[in-house]
Design a protein around this ligand. Sequence first.
Ligand code: SF4
Length: 703
Amino acid sequence: MTAAAEIRTTCPYCGVGCGVLARVEADGRVAVRGDPAHPANRGRLCSKGAALGETTGLEERLLHPEVRGSRASWDVALGLVAGRFAEAIATHGPDAVAFYVSGQMLTEDYYVANKLMKGFIGSANIDTNSRLCMASAVAGHRRAFGADVVPGCYEDIERAKLVVLVGSNAAWCHPVLYQRLAQARREHDDLKVVVIDPRRTASADIADLHLPIRIGTDTVLYNGLLAYVAEHDELNASFVERHTEGLGEALAAARAGSPDVATVAAQCGLATEQVRRFYELFARTERVVTLYSQGVNQSSSGTDKVNAIINCHLATGRIGRPGMGPLSLTGQPNAMGGREVGGLANQLAAHLELGYPAHRELVRRFWRAPRVAQQPGLKAVELFEAVEQGRIKALWIMATNPAVSLPDAGRVRRALAGCDFVVVSDCVRDTDTTRLAHVLLPALAWGEKDGSVTNSERRISRSRAFLPAPGEARPDWWIVCEVAKRLGFREAFDYPDAAAIFGEHAALSAHANDGTRAFDIGALAGLDAAGYERLEPVQWPATRARPEGTARCFVDGGFYTPSGRARFVAVVPRPPAHAPDDDHPLALATGRVRDHWHTLTRTGASPRLSAHVVEPYVEVSPDDAARFGLADGGLARVISAWGEACARVRVSSAVSPGAVFAPMHWNDRFASAGCVNRAVNPATDPVSGEPEFKHTPVRLEPV
Ligand code: SF4
């Protein structure tokens, strides 16, 4: 057997979206290397990407449909799914069913799932695990820009003179982008890096300044920055006048709560000099990029935090030009693609608005759909509350593990256990969620499936198959379409391949765009299967008039609000939803470790990756360890009002007194009582619906 040719594909982990060259060796092993031609990574891969070849084995795979634990034919399983969904819809109405989907799905999978639920079933009860990572950034973009648009691109990081990482441990969570920043830092003495994070993470290793901000006070800090910029005459008056609206109200709110540097420092738990130095750097540096991620988004005031950051870029006119702008880093490989096709419960396809009758009618006609959902559906946390309350009679979970990943995970498990009918389509046989399903449908995994993803800089890349489909596993899009056909929608879901779905998605984006929306990939609408196969990475908008794509948006204004102006948002800081008390005096934040991904279903298969961190841990300051009688290396119970988990104690001065950190990856398959999300509170942001993973009052008890 000779080695196969290298196939160009995309890493299935984080939102950096690195290009990967993959090949099946003569002995059957999968070899991977970074694609030197891919603009996101230029040949680099991080530890997770480099170990992809170790995670393609079939040992853990779901390879055949199952009904209540017994192997079934596709025909029987699909017929049962369609029958139970049809019955629930007929008896209780379309809002009695729901899909919970995933940023791991390819755009084509996402597109048909959204089309089926919103256009043909007639409900908007489709939400995604992307709600857990970047919904606040989406909402902030829409409030400020009138559309969900990331203004800049990765190259801006290398062209900036100041890069601010706020709520982002990019060194572990977006490693290749961090490598690009670190290289630029080494090569350019005048590039400064500021890290704003309650913990001193690995990302602070290259920082000129680390601000260990008190959890939940980001809006105070950024309101103070807006007031400081105005006070020191560093506003870009021309940009503000020509391209924005609402500065007066935003500035008044900022000055009221954050009137001076000393007040800000006191509220944020920082030294006055630290805050002043950050403000001076920001105010005096023209080329500033702010990278932000879950530390900002996962908050009950996450959308306000996003807008507080964007306000400062608008006030200084630092947006859309090389080396400048706010840049939201998405957690998952295709969180952005899901946004494009309307994978969130409050969106329509192609960035159209569910709330606009004209948009609903446009989509209905394009799809030739019998009905289109009339109102937003249930967002992730409320969707599972509706399951618990018995309002959702049939639920289909695709490519995600909510029994581990959602907050208040014990309640989610109870909700699933009590649901009339739960379908899970996944590539893994045994997860905490598949154990609660009535029907399991085997899906293809990375390396086997074909489609596209969009990374954090709006770049669409192909994910290509280089492995045969194992067992009876099928693409997610095929599974959705087969159920749709059995629900009576044969013609609208009769696609020969992923290329045809992508073509329809691209055509809708162009058809829908009357000049008031950024998302337009009309240049790709006419691709045939061969053109789709050859598709090179391209950043949207990629219109028929501008097929080469667009690196930066808003270069000269042109925002998507009715006035064409960007909106400042007046932000009034709010504390986290639940304050620590005598019973639960510590603030728990959850996050990722460098070498693991989500709930370990893939990275847990690699001994090399598992060696980095072998078990769940909780990081606690020396002061708090002494206060709670905890020994470094011992075990602790992490106890909140919602639940508890068990973890190894790491005593570290990287966390401030009063704060603790725990990784979110572990679950009952990998460590008994290791699921820390059992303890995480289910509070959400009122605008975005994103959960507050970064602040749960807890106490620690030695085991
Ligand atoms: Fe994959 Fe992200 Fe690592 Fe790139 S940085 S190789 S996309 S995990």
